[in-house]
Design a binder for this molecule. Structure first.
Ligand code: HEM
Length: 268
């Protein structure tokens, strides 16, 4: 798996709470699936506790179907027929799949499959508006939600937009609906564990318009790489060190990095 170019490309200073969406070529929307090894575990989670990781509003079927067909055609696989279409599509790609629809004037989350959430879960998210989902973000007065809504309103079906975010987490779990457990473990761990336990968590997000229903499909692919390994590359180390050290206090608080600070300091 590619690690270094990825982190260098994205760690361009501290985390930014901005839109940061860039167009990519259609062929790179979901392929290559560099996290395909996650699919086995993802499918087990989907089988074991579907209600935890899949939720949909009753009227989302048309948009779910359109999203699922687009995913299946893109990756050249068949959808299972005995379950909700978005859940079936989620079995085919490592990405989490989120359908947003404009109900009245408001972009709302109407269906989602969420097996690698960064500290939120499907039950919390379903039916929520963009504004509610982005409420806790310290944007400093910047109208993030208004900007996202305008992008959702206006972009063309064949365009794919991509953005990244990153954080550092304790351990390599991908399924992390609640970060508190990881933070508690980090708080009580010895710094001798830091090289093994610190991971860079990068989310690759894309959006795509569904032409028939007008819905938007939002995808999230999570990549976890051991931070200590990444830091062996001097350029990656410099990029990470700047990004970490320059992140202001409100960003550190929002990302809940406090229990990780002494561990990251130890490996830097
Ligand atoms: C494509 C347009 C979107 C943009 C530009 C965007 C932007 C952001 C930004 C800047 C953050 C802060 C952390 C980060 O840098 O990622 C964030 C967090 C978040 N976003 Fe989005 N977002 C978008 C779409 C969505 C959608 C469709 C959902 C639906 C699930 C969503 C759910 C969230 C959640 C749950 C958080 C974490 C909030 C928290 O910490 O409680 N975002 N988003």
């Amino acid at each position: 798996m590619e690690t270094q170019p990825h982190i260098l490309k994205n760690m361009n200073g501290p985390p930014q709470f901005n839109v940061g969406l860039k167009p990519i070529v259609l062929e790179n929307w979901l392929l290559p699936d560099d996290q395909v090894e996650w699919l086995k575990q993802k499918n087990l989670i989907l089988d074991k506790s579907p209600d935890e990781v899949f939720q949909a509003l009753a009227n989302s079927l048309a948009a779910q179907t359109e999203a699922a067909e687009l995913v299946a055609i893109t990756v050249g696989k068949q959808l299972q027929q005995n379950e909700p279409p978005l859940l079936a599509a989620s079995r085919l790609v490592s990405d989490d799949l989120i359908v947003m629809e404009k109900l009245g004037d408001i972009w709302q989350l109407t269906a989602l499959s969420l097996c690698s959430p960064t500290f939120f879960d499907a039950k919390y998210a379903v039916g929520n508006s963009l504004a509610l989902l982005h409420g806790p973000i310290p944007t400093g007065g910047f109208d993030l939600v208004g900007r996202i809504a305008r992008i959702f309103d206006s972009f063309a079906p064949d365009n794919v937009l991509e953005r990244f975010n990153w954080t550092v987490q304790w351990g390599a779990d991908k399924y992390t609906p609640n970060g508190q457990k990881l933070r508690d473990e980090a708080a009580s761990a010895s710094i001798a564990e830091a090289p093994k336990m610190l991971f860079e968590r990068v989310e690759r997000q894309t959006i795509r318009r569904l032409p028939k229903t007008g819905a938007v499909l939002f995808t999230i692919r999570v990549r976890l790489n051991n931070l200590f390994d990444i830091l062996q590359d001097p350029a990656a180390r410099a990029a990470f060190e700047n990004a970490w050290n320059d992140a202001p206090e409100n960003v550190r608080q929002y990302k809940k990095w406090q229990p990780l600070e002494r561990h990251v300091a130890a490996i830097l």
